[in-house]
Each structure stands twice: as C-alpha cells, then as structure tokens.
Write a protein that binds this ligand. Structure first.
Ligand code: IPE
Ligand code: IPE
Ligand code: MG
Length: 253
C-alpha cells in the first residue's frame, strides 16, 4: 500500500540522517574530567568548576538527543572520588540533587530514559529516593537513554557481577566451566545497553580511571585536551567525526 511504503521510506531516510550525524555510534560514553582545572585557570573556586560542569552536562544531553545517539553514558562520580575532601564531595552531591530535581521534567518531555550504573544505593538516602523516582518516571521513554555513572567503579561492577554469577552457580543454575562472556555481560550494570562504540575523555588525561573496563574492550577511544566545562556540541561532533574515520576490526582483518 502506498501510504505504508511512503512511511517506511521516510523512516529509513530519517534513520540514515541519524547515522550520518552519529557516524554509526549508538553508544557514547564520556569521562567528564577537568572541572577543577577549568576553575583554577579562571582563579575560581573548584565548586564553580563543578557547577559549570553541570551546565556542560545539560547541554551535551540535549545535543546527544538531537544528534540521534541512542545511549549516552556519563561518568559523574567514581567509587574512588570518595577520597576527595569532604567539602568537595558535599558540593558534588548537592549539584547532583539539584540536577535531578531541575532536569527531570525535561527528561520526561524529551523522551529521555534515565539509567544509573554503579552502586548508587551507597549514596545518601534522599539522593537514592530522587534517583529511584526519576528512574520510575522515565522508564517508558525511548528516544535516548542517559546512563549516569554514580559511585561507579568498573572493578566494583565486575566484583558484583562475579557475586551474581557465583550465586547462580551455587543454585545449580550454571556449571562453572560453562560461564561465558554473555553471563558476565548480563550481570554487569550495563546489561541492557548496546555495546560501547566510543569512549571520550576530556582534560588531556590518558587513562580510564576505572570506567567501563569490560565494556571498552573494542570501543574506540578519543582523548581531548578540552576541559569538561568547555566541551560543547562542536567538540562532540569532532569526536564523532573521528569515530567515523576509524576502521574497526575487532581482531579480524
Ligand atoms: C571531573 O573534574 C569531575 C569529577 C571527577 C567529579 P575534576 O574535579 O576531576 O577536575 P580536575 O581533574 O581536578 O581538573
Ligand atoms: C574520573 O575523573 C572520574 C570522573 C570523571 C567522575 P578523576 O578526576 O576522578 O580521575 P583521576 O583521579 O584523575 O584518575
Ligand atoms: Mg579529574
């Protein structure tokens, strides 16, 4: 039938437009680093660097949604960030509270599904409640998934996955020598997300800092000297273009 065909042509045109702007990257993750150095450069308190960092988050979430990225995963607080001074931790938690409260309506309106990876139940109880409320309210959305890594460490995530699998072994659900990569992937916090295509780190540091160690096995890596508060649409597009220029071989030839 003509109308049906027209519709499918339209949607395939839309799909290829999205592919053009994302260069085929479905899942992009960012280690948002450099808030402190951004503030220092401007002789401002670190807290203002973090505040500016939240503005960059807000902007990049919008841009990622418009670009057609399916999943954007943001490293917001690591399991090692508890080693920071108490004042700074409290500034970061305050900003997290504010961010969820002020942006939840926008997530609902824009079809953004929130997901949290990491041991978020280790955060303060009121933040856990805010997170769970936001997860609930956005569960039916499907335009883009925004996965925020909170109290996240990849080693901790892998340990928790191993505990889950050990439990299944104990129940007699899996034979130890039958455990495979699928069991591990399914037990990680990212179980329901597509494979990680592109991992970006800002601020010039060349390390992963315990982020997505399992998931990044064949991700393309992109490092930029730009400090997180300055990371904008242009910088994301640069990273995606660089991804588009890569030849992914996955060990083949
Ligand atoms: C990233 O900025 C934010 C978090 C880690 C929470 P930093 O606070 O690490 O900034 P730098 O690395 O000190 O510049
Ligand atoms: C990584 O940044 C964690 C986040 C961006 C949340 P850090 O600033 O904590 O990393 P290191 O300490 O320089 O490795
Ligand atoms: Mg840092």
């Amino acid at each position: 039938m003509r109308p049906a065909r027209k519709e499918s042509q339209d949607s395939s045109a839309a799909a290829s437009a999205v592919k053009d702007s994302t260069f085929g990257a479905r899942h992009v993750a960012i280690i948002m680093d450099g808030n402190g150095r951004w503030a220092k450069k401007k002789h401002l308190p670190r807290a203002l660097g973090h505040k500016k960092g939240v503005e960059a988050v807000r902007n990049i979430v919008r841009v990622a949604g418009e670009t057609g990225i399916e999943v954007l995963t943001l490293y917001a607080f690591s399991s090692e960030n508890w080693n920071r001074p108490r004042d700074e931790i409290s500034d970061l938690m305050g900003l997290l509270r504010q961010y969820i409260q002020s942006d939840i309506e926008e997530f609902v309106e824009n079809g953004i599904k929130l997901k949290v990876i990491g041991n978020y139940k280790g955060l303060e109880p009121d933040i856990v409640r805010l997170i769970e409320g936001a997860l609930d309210r956005t569960a039916g959305n499907d335009r883009m998934t925004l996965a925020i890594a909170l109290n996240y460490g990849a080693q901790d995530e892998i340990i928790r996955a191993v505990q889950t699998i050990a439990g299944a072994v104990q129940q007699g659900d899996v034979e130890p020598d039958k455990i495979n990569a699928g069991h591990i992937a399914d037990a990680l916090d990212t179980a329901d997300l597509p494979p990680l295509d592109l991992l970006i780190r800002t601020s010039g540091e060349l390390r992963l800092s315990n982020f997505l160690l399992w998931q990044a096995a064949y991700s393309e890596l992109y490092f930029t000297d730009v400090l997180w508060p300055d990371f904008d649409k242009r910088e994301l597009q640069k990273a995606l273009r660089s991804f588009g220029d890569r030849q992914r071989r996955f060990g083949g030839r």
